[in-house]
Design a protein. Structure first.
Length: 289
């Protein structure tokens, strides 16, 4: 059985979930984490529900059997939409936190009543997302934009040098894709009829916040899910009596954070260093059939 000193599992189809891990690390300094990027099978957002569901089940089993996790954060909107209910049924005793685009928080902050939502096609065409939108449709005007290829481009970009801050948005693949999708959505701003709030409905998208900000302007609020997920994870551990203590964190010799990937370790190492400031030696390649 998992102990308070056991790690929390976190997984995504790739490196985008590192944005959620970053929030978890900040919120729970005494906890240990095992992050798994299923990069060999990414992007999930452009695959079918059956495939994503099978991968979600396989990774959950792997993290429980090989790493004895005490809780699981599904740091992937697409996997949450496709498989979270089945995973809850299969592992009822496991504290489980999933993601969904933060529509309700966006409603709480919009002043114009016009909200933009960007995400993968898998997330935005899912039954789960459709049900959420139907329940809130009369509360604001939503513009929903699937961003095909953007998450994958963000993954590829970690191996490239950081773009010069003065470079044109279209100079990079990620910038060009952001521009294409933002322009397709319509007008952003704080005037009546403009979208004053943008929901980042994929964990990868916070890593192109600079490009998005340049495109939508300074007055638009970005809503993402890392901090709310960290708060919910902490609440579930408290309820289950599985919170790590400072003494327990000192007593264990295991590293605080392990990063695993089913794909190329170099990509994960580059992302971990760039986005989390973690060393390359905390990353390794694993096989999850």
């Amino acid at each position: 059985m998992p102990q308070a000193s056991s790690p929390i599992g976190v997984f995504d189809s790739g490196v985008g979930g590192l944005s959620v891990l970053r929030a978890l690390l900040a919120a729970m300094p005494h906890e240990r984490f095992v992050y798994l990027a299923d990069s060999a099978n990414a992007p999930y957002g452009e695959r079918g529900d059956a495939y994503v569901g099978a991968r979600t089940h396989a990774i959950t089993e792997y993290l429980r059997e090989q790493h004895h996790i005490k809780a699981l954060v599904v740091a992937c909107n697409t996997a949450t939409a496709a498989a979270i209910h089945e995973v809850r049924s299969s592992h009822p005793e496991l504290p489980l936190v999933g993601l969904e685009p933060a529509i309700k928080p966006a409603l709480a902050v919009t002043k114009t009543g016009h909200v933009g939502v960007i995400g993968t096609r898998g997330t935005l065409t899912s039954a789960k997302f459709g049900k959420l939108m139907a329940s809130l449709a009369d509360q604001a005007h939503f513009v929903v934009q699937p961003c095909d290829g953007l998450a994958h481009a963000i993954e590829r970009s970690v191996a490239l040098p950081v773009a010069n801050q003065g470079s044109p948005i279209h100079a990079t693949e990620t910038g060009a894709l952001c521009a294409r999708y933002v322009q397709a959505m319509g007008s952003f701003g704080t005037a009546p009829g403009q979208m004053d709030t943008l929901v980042l409905g994929c964990t990868h998208y916070i890593f192109v916040a600079h490009e998005l900000r340049a495109l939508v302007g300074p007055g638009v609020q970005f809503i993402e899910t890392g901090e709310p997920v960290a708060r919910q994870t902490r609440r579930l551990l408290e309820t289950a009596g599985l919170q790590a203590t400072p003494d327990g964190a000192v007593a264990t010799e295991a590293p605080r954070t392990r990063l695993l990937t089913t794909g190329q370790v170099a990509m994960l190492q580059a992302a971990a260093e760039r986005w989390l400031g973690l060393p390359a030696d905390c990353c390794e390649t694993v096989s999850v059939p």
